[in-house]
Design a protein around this ligand. Structure first.
Ligand SMILES: *Cc1c(COP(=O)(O)O)cnc(C)c1O
Length: 230
């Protein structure tokens, strides 16, 4: 990918974040920009890093680990965003700083057991799937959320931080906001640990709506790296 295009994409995304934050009097600094580099080569990660991005998100374990290794000279914070099978938890425990897609106890247990004592505890968001979105992973009820959160909170190698959601794509901003508002309200569910303050929500097509409803982490792929063909 052309580096000047990458630079201009990144500044446009940062401007959109700043202006969405400004609209509701939020500090843009409190919204973490995660560049989603899935399917893109390590060179693209390196170029985006030099253009001012320090958080990267990946979805596929083996592809991600290759990039983590190839970019190990860079001070990158790596976020795992995708569905995770239990036979691949070790790689996530070894290479990532965050996982946004914990949706069941077994995965949390394995990550906790596998996270090295030499590293900081793995930061965790629980993926929610409410309102129910057939094609997506995530916990589907408040009870399930409270139960899983309590378990993660008690694991000493995991650091529970918040929730992540991928609502159904839609082009109308008022509907996007309705969906994000419901997700944001889940953080107020009775019985959730107060450590849960992060809202990982908003992608290329709906980041403004997500920020308007309180997102603290937006995950942007297409609008930074261009379309994905695989
Ligand atoms: C691919 C992906 C993104 C980025 O989506 P874009 O629409 O390309 O910005 C964000 N979050 C998750 C979980 C993803 O899988």
């Amino acid at each position: 990918m052309d580096h000047s295009l990458l630079h201009s994409n990144i500044s446009q995304v940062k401007n959109r974040i700043a202006s969405a934050a400004d609209d509701i009097n939020r500090e843009a600094d409190h919204i973490r920009l995660i560049a989603v580099s899935k399917t893109k080569p390590a060179d693209a990660v390196r170029a985006a890093f030099h253009a001012g991005i320090s958080d990267f998100g990946e979805n596929y374990v083996s592809e991600a680990v290759d990039k983590c290794v190839q970019c190990s000279d860079l001070d990158i914070t790596w976020h795992f965003l995708g569905p995770l099978q239990s036979n691949k938890t070790q790689q996530v425990a070894d290479h990532f700083d965050w996982i946004h897609s914990v949706d069941r106890l077994k995965i949390a247990q394995r990550l906790n057991a596998q996270r090295s004592r030499e590293k900081k505890p793995l930061k965790v968001c629980i993926q929610v799937n409410m309102p129910l979105e057939e094609s997506k992973a995530g916990v589907v009820s408040n009870d399930e959320l409270v139960e899983l959160a309590a378990a993660v909170h008690n694991f000493d190698r995991l650091d529970l931080r918040g929730i992540m959601a991928i609502p159904a794509p839609c082009s109308e901003i008022s509907r996007q906001r309705d969906q994000f508002r419901l997700i944001a309200e889940l953080l107020k569910t009775e019985g959730l640990p107060s450590a849960m303050t992060e809202l990982s929500m908003g992608m290329s097509g709906d980041m403004e709506a997500a920020i308007a409803e309180g997102s603290t982490m937006v995950r942007i792929g297409t609008d930074i790296f261009g379309a994905r063909y695989t």
